[in-house]
Design a protein around this ligand. Structure first.
Ligand SMILES: [Zn+2]
Length: 235
């Protein structure tokens, strides 16, 4: 039997498969694995050190349907539109365009947006980013106080891969899209990041700290894991 070990040309595998696929050769990998890179809408194949090209190709062939299904389930980029119903901190709000409205107002279940219709998406996302900054700062400061800590700086980012982060200099970053999640999910995320002010890891002590600040944090954590991706559809 002829065994072809993988050489530097992983592109041969992609070519043989006739699909766009990212290939990672890992000396640490124990077996072939496939995952989906949601940000780049690409399947990612990890290949262990001693693996033939044939084996890698067969493995992907066997998972072709799985790849197709997973890619089809990824949310596509979306813009906020007039008449659309969105949820802000768990409250249903209908985006309503009103040319004569000055700026943007959130009132009685409506987000009334003024100006030219082509700027509606931008105005709504700017509004949500500002609101996220205000609400998350307020909540973070209050939760940090419960731990006897202070937050140095809070920023709202447009990250594609994380919901939040906390640096050793006590700076916290949040993804603005979290403002579209239910209130208990926002609470969980804030308690998670604030707990990093005391514990810079995900140890048992860290999770105990999260639980003190937010006893039902598991619900929020689960929601983010399962539904969080849906919020990424907004560009
Ligand atoms: Zn963390």
């Amino acid at each position: 039997m002829k065994i072809t070990l993988l050489t530097g040309r992983t592109s041969d595998i992609a070519e043989a498969l006739g699909m766009e696929i990212k290939i990672i050769k890992s000396p640490l990998a124990k077996r072939l694995t496939l995952r989906i890179d949601d940000k780049n809408h690409l399947p990612v194949l990890t290949i262990p050190k001693y693996c033939t090209s044939r084996k890698a190709i067969n493995f992907v062939e066997e998972h072709r349907d799985w790849i197709r299904n997973m890619l089809a389930r990824l949310p596509t980029a979306e813009k906020f539109e007039n008449g659309e119903s969105i949820s802000i901190m768990g409250e249903k709000v209908i985006i309503t365009h009103h040319r004569s409205q000055r700026g943007i107002v959130l009132k009685d279940g409506f987000l009334v947006v003024g100006g030219e219709p082509e700027f509606l998406h931008r105005r709504v996302s700017d509004f949500l980013k500002k609101l996220a900054a205000k609400e998350l700062s307020k909540l973070s400061i209050a939760k940090a106080k419960q731990l006897g800590k202070t937050v140095h700086h809070i920023s709202i980012k447009d990250t594609k891969s994380r919901w939040g982060s906390c640096s050793s200099k006590n700076n916290i970053n949040y993804n603005w899209r979290i403002i579209l999640a239910p209130k208990h999910v926002i609470d969980y995320l804030v308690c998670h990041e604030v707990s990093h002010l005391l514990h810079q890891d995900h140890s048992t002590n860290f999770w105990n700290c999260v639980a003190t600040l937010c006893p039902d944090y598991q619900d929020g954590r689960r929601w983010l894991k399962i539904k969080g991706k849906e919020l990424y559809r907004y560009i």
